[in-house]
Ligand binder design. Structure first.
Ligand SMILES: Nc1ncnc2c1ncn2[C@@H]1O[C@H](COP(=O)(O)OP(=O)(O)OP(=O)(O)O)[C@@H](O)[C@H]1O
Ligand SMILES: [Mg+2]
Length: 280
């Protein structure tokens, strides 16, 4: 551990927003530009610029506490619920800065859905898990609700497993099934992007593999941003990777590029040490 690269290597971090060299023509749905977060005057992360590529799997890696979850929360303005939290910079979603005070948060959270580490089904029937959010978004007709539920459950490969138990409590499903139900519930609102914060860390290897395969399929239609601590998982699913580290407890972006470059030929020795498991 003595010969670890030092934080001074961070000087090569691009502070400005920059696309990966081989992705100049790839569309971006979300653009994080010079974003900083302070909570109660403490810098949580600073000057983060990352393009999130449309219809690709974008993965965020980095050690515990470097601000990955906080960054995901910022994208759907969950940070608004934290007392004394201040975001500076820009987060463009479909070219609109969602940090603008006039941003319609209901529309934003419909366009960008969040899946958390621990599955979060409502503690009620599988059917109600779909009916409630759909009704809230104006879908009142039972036939429409059933059709949207069925289509979403099919797209996460859960329909056959649950079609005969739609009135059973969603908490009676296994952890992996609950996580797929939460993804299906998010899909019924037709989001453009899915943010997933360590979606497999509470799951067994087989359920994790099912979620990974699902994400690889979903990227054909959705923009995906995943936080994971599992580097093997990142290698299996990522198209693009952003690597964060911290300096004096404040998260910084070290490097962002195509997954193959981050894992095989990163520019920064700190990235190299992290992806080889030497540090972190
Ligand atoms: N509501 C809050 N109030 C004060 N500090 C917070 C709050 N939320 C997060 N932090 C701090 O921000 C830093 C980053 O936390 P965050 O949860 O974003 O890290 P992370 O990279 O997701 O870590 P992990 O990999 O362990 O999930 C931590 O030091 C944490 O204590
Ligand atoms: Mg986290």
């Amino acid at each position: 551990m003595n010969n670890l690269p030092t934080i001074s290597h961070l000087q090569i971090v691009p502070d400005e927003y920059r696309k990966a060299p081989n992705a100049q023509d790839v569309a971006t749905l979300i653009e994080i530009k010079n974003l900083s977060l302070n909570i109660d005057q403490q810098a949580i992360f600073s000057n983060i610029s990352i393009p999130i590529y449309s219809k690709h799997i974008n993965v965020l890696i980095g050690p515990s506490g470097c601000g990955k979850s906080s960054l995901l929360n910022a994208i759907i303005r969950l940070t608004d619920f934290t007392k004394d939290a201040h975001l500076q910079g820009e987060i463009l979603v479909a070219n609109k800065n969602i940090l603008n005070p006039n941003c319609n948060l209901i529309e934003l959270r419909k366009k960008v859905a969040m899946i958390f580490q621990k599955p979060t089904p409502f503690p009620m029937s599988i059917y109600k898990n779909f009916e409630i959010p759909l009704k809230e978004h104006g879908v009142k007709n039972k036939i429409d609700i059933a059709a949207k539920m069925q289509s979403a459950l099919k797209s996460v490969g859960l329909w056959k497993e649950v079609k005969d138990r739609l009135n059973k409590n969603a908490l009676s499903l296994s952890g992996g099934q609950q996580q797929r139900l939460c993804i299906a519930r998010a899909l019924t609102l037709a989001p453009a992007a899915l943010l997933l914060d360590e979606p497999c860390s509470a799951l067994d290897p087989i359920s994790s593999q099912i979620i990974e395969e699902l994400l690889l399929e979903l990227k054909q239609k959705y923009t995906i941003l995943v936080v994971t601590h599992n580097l093997s998982q990142a290698k299996r699913i990522a198209d693009y990777v952003a690597f964060m580290w911290y300096v004096n407890q404040c998260g910084r972006l070290v490097e962002h590029n195509e997954a193959a470059i981050i894992f095989n030929k990163p520019s920064n020795p700190l990235t190299s040490a992290y992806v080889q498991g030497v540090t972190g």
